[in-house]
Write a protein that binds this ligand. Structure first.
Ligand code: ZN
Length: 156
């Protein structure tokens, strides 16, 4: 695990006040994380693409989802000069689980295995990014029952 302070991470990103979005954010569709993510990203300019499974949604074998993501990325680069992709994966993701998910993990996976499989998908996505585009970072989110405070485990 590489838990980071996500607020500190965001502070390291330069923000342009012009008509630029800086970031394309890719997240899962899971409703449990939206308010926490938008709270964290408050004040940042970003375009947002939502696909079940986040990185897995792009590289998991659904051609339309794959093409949709890269079409959006291309447009975001042209319209808003996006120069960074932030991927937010999350633990207990139904898309990674058994059908109707993609079936990459069992219903209650072992934590290290869960993290490893998320890393694999994120690496696959990074390898498919346009050559000139190097700014991709990914995090595995979790909301522990004890604190209800979203944690960010940096995957790459
Ligand atoms: Zn999910």
């Amino acid at each position: 695990m590489a838990l980071i302070n996500f607020d500190d991470y965001l502070d390291t990103l330069e923000s342009d006040l012009g008509h630029q979005a800086d970031i394309l954010l890719l997240t899962c569709m899971d409703f449990r994380f939206f308010s926490k993510i938008s709270e964290k990203m408050k004040g940042k300019k970003y375009d947002h693409v939502i696909l079940a499974g986040a990185a897995l949604g792009v590289v998991g074998g659904k051609k339309q989802w794959h093409d949709t993501f890269f079409d959006h990325l291309d447009l975001a680069i042209k319209l808003h000069s996006v120069n960074r992709v932030i991927v937010m994966e999350h633990r207990e993701c139904g898309a990674y689980g058994p059908p109707p998910g993609f079936g990459l993990l069992p219903k209650e996976p072992e934590r290290d295995e869960e993290r490893r499989v998320h890393c694999e998908q994120v690496e696959t996505l990074r390898n498919r990014m346009p050559l000139m585009f190097s700014g991709l970072q990914a995090f595995l989110l979790e909301v522990p029952e004890t604190t209800q405070e979203c944690t960010f485990d940096q995957l790459i």
